[in-house]
Design a protein. Structure first.
Length: 271
């Protein structure tokens, strides 16, 4: 399968809205774990070469947005997939609950300063989509403001796209049972205790609300300049392979090139 084509949310879906329940989170493709992990190594090698060219060319940037419920695998995806990128030109930003200073500004204020500069890749572990999701889940976001934020996010992403920022939006989709399994691991595995918080339990309790809300948001913010890719993420090795394959395809489409020498070296004499 080609993850770029098959996991990209169809822009013509408007006749029938996409629903996360339509997707099988256990999807793992037709290849074995061994084959996919071997493919992943080759993909990451090619990705590293293209990332280096992007850095050298210095004409555009790539913004990768990772969204998903608690325990969906955002950290693991970053750890496994982004290891193929050059740390010198790759920035990872995790957006936690806004602090007092951030709350004194509009909700996109803290985002804009973290947009990657040209030649760089920026990875958002959660993003401004949290400013739609979390307040809507607890009922503190009026419908009018929610609608306004959908419009503002679409405009913001189009603005970035028109200013040479390629946006890649990844939603990691796991099942409720898989989330429960991972939360229990956080509780019982001493090496994972640090990951556990009350938010995990609240997320699991509100599972259906999250699925309905995310389905709605994915439908309304899936645009040609900032498409969504919905990744079945119960199977971690498939998730890693799928995300890396999508990134490679996007870098190949950008097709960065090493710049030519801007001066004539023949005019200079080496001593």
């Amino acid at each position: 399968m080609d993850p770029y084509d098959e996991l990209k949310l169809n822009l013509s879906h408007n006749s029938r809205s996409f629903n996360l329940s339509d997707l099988n989170p256990d999807l793992s493709g037709s290849k074995s774990k061994k084959d996919l992990e071997s493919d992943l190594d080759a993909i990451l090698s090619n990705l590293a070469d293209l990332h280096y060219k992007l850095y050298a060319e210095n004409k555009r940037s790539v913004l990768v947005i990772l969204q998903g419920v608690d325990a969906a695998g955002k950290d693991g995806t970053i750890r496994q997939v982004m290891r193929g990128l050059n740390p010198q030109s790759c920035n990872i930003k995790s957006f936690k609950k806004p602090n007092d200073e951030e709350l004194s500004h509009d909700y996109l204020w803290r985002i804009h300063n973290s947009i990657p500069s040209y030649g760089h890749v920026g990875i958002f572990n959660r993003s401004y989509y949290e400013d739609l999701v979390e307040p809507a889940i607890i009922g503190s976001l009026p419908k009018k403001i929610f609608k306004n934020r959908i419009r503002q996010v679409n405009f913001f992403e189009r603005y970035l796209s028109e200013n040479n920022v390629t946006i890649v939006k990844i939603f990691l989709y796991i099942s409720k049972d898989e989330q429960k399994k991972r939360i229990l691991q956080r509780i019982h595995d001493p090496k994972k205790n640090w990951k556990f918080s009350e938010a995990d339990l609240i997320s699991h309790k509100n599972w259906q609300k999250y699925m309905q809300l995310y389905s709605n948001i994915l439908n309304q913010t899936n645009k040609k300049w900032a498409p969504w890719f919905v990744i079945p993420a119960n199977v971690k090795y498939f998730r890693n392979w799928a995300v890396s394959s999508i990134l490679l395809r996007i870098f190949e489409t950008i097709n960065p090139q090493f710049p030519n020498i801007s001066i004539d070296p023949d005019n200079y004499i080496f001593e």
